[in-house]
Design a protein. Sequence first.
Length: 275
Amino acid sequence: MAIITISREMGSAGIPIAHKAAEQLGYTLVDGDAIKKMAPAYGLSPEALEKADEKPPLFVDELDEKIEVDLHQIELIVLEYALKGNVIIYGRGGQDLLRTIQSVFRVRIIAPFEERVERWAEREWLDPDYARILVRRSDQQRGGFIKYYFDRDWEDPLGYDLVINTLRLSEDTAVKLICEGVQDQNLVEKKEACKKVLTDLIIRKKAEIAIASLPDVEAHHLHIASEKGNVAVTGHIHSEKERQAVLAAIDNVEGVKKVSEDLKVIEYRTYPSEH
């Protein structure tokens, strides 16, 4: 069956719905706990996860550079889980990270704001005013995360195949809709072909991590593409030394067969000091 991604609002019942759907389908649930379990193997500390996982940038250059590398690692975890198949990707921008994979069933779970506040207060035994602050903060963080890194409004229904409002629909009904929807023949028929696309997405992500980890190289100016292990890098860098470092980093990535480039060297302008 196809891959499922679930986008959810805090207090919308996304957590129990995702767990029930995974159990009923026999799928692996890739949520925060699964990512924490895999994090050490990818060089991610608990502190790094806290700063990067589903958070917008801090807009402090030195900190954001490290956060972006850590975010790439989180995305690599998600992609490698997706390649195994039969998974539910819970949050983490899964519907956007896998937007080129046509066998993905994209689900969003919502509920009215005040309903979500009431549910969260009851679930966590919180003061309603404090629950309201947490729910609003969660909406802003997750919405900001999707907008900054994927340039999309996370409330836009066109980003999903199924939107479930749990104000009136029960958790069991939501699970039934998800389990039936993922078996649609249009999704199932594309599953095998999408494995090749996923493999190239993983190679691309590893190349992005390798470049982002280079000291004194501005990776934002570079674009990476991968097809059947052939990686192309375009954009501009600031010296021939940087160019050679970028190409060497990509060439060392597992799965890369060939590297081609169209990089322009644009040196920093220097200005004479005033006397």
